[in-house]
Write a protein that binds this ligand. Structure first.
Ligand SMILES: C[S@@+](CC[C@H](N)C(=O)[O-])C[C@H]1O[C@@H](n2cnc3c(N)ncnc32)[C@H](O)[C@@H]1O
Length: 134
């Protein structure tokens, strides 16, 4: 499933998507872990998950998120959605398999409902590990 259709991409930026994913997917995926520090989200779509992570952060001064996606329409949508968070949120067009970041740059890397789109998913995971501060 390498890429999404126009309809899927639109749905991923919609209010029902945000409601469903933040209510069910996010808590399930985080399993009680409270993200903090410098976060990277890969394939972040319209920024729905990032907005919920930032809004729920108990340490807002030290929690930032960089939302990446290979689709510029998604990155624009994320930029709009995350504007209210100011310097705490950054967006960037990036392929999961070739992240434009230095080794060890992030404290936490997250990704939700994305990996099934990536044919070379092993390379995407390798990139996620590379940019993680270990
Ligand atoms: C189903 S949406 C999920 C969006 C977001 N994670 C969320 O939960 O709202 C999948 C996203 O992955 C992105 N994507 C797919 N393949 C990608 C790749 N190889 N590199 C970066 N992003 C990718 C798509 O553009 C899309 O925004």
């Amino acid at each position: 499933m390498p890429s999404m259709s126009q309809v899927e991409a639109l749905f991923c930026r919609s209010a029902p998507w945000e409601t469903a994913t933040s209510r069910w997917v996010l808590p399930w995926a985080l399993q009680g872990v409270q993200p903090n520090g410098a976060l990277l989200e890969i394939g972040g779509g319209g920024g729905a998950m990032a907005a919920h992570i930032l809004a729920a952060s108990p340490e807002p001064q030290t929690t930032t998120i960089t939302v990446t996606d290979f689709d510029p329409r998604m990155v624009t949508a994320a930029q709009d959605r995350l504007r209210a968070f100011g310097d705490r949120a950054h967006t960037r067009v990036a392929y999961a398999t070739a992240l434009p970041f230095a080794d060890g740059q992030f404290d936490m890397v997250v990704s939700f409902i994305m990996l099934h789109h990536v044919v070379d998913w092993e390379q995407a995971l390798a990139e996620a590990v590379r940019v993680l501060y270990l």
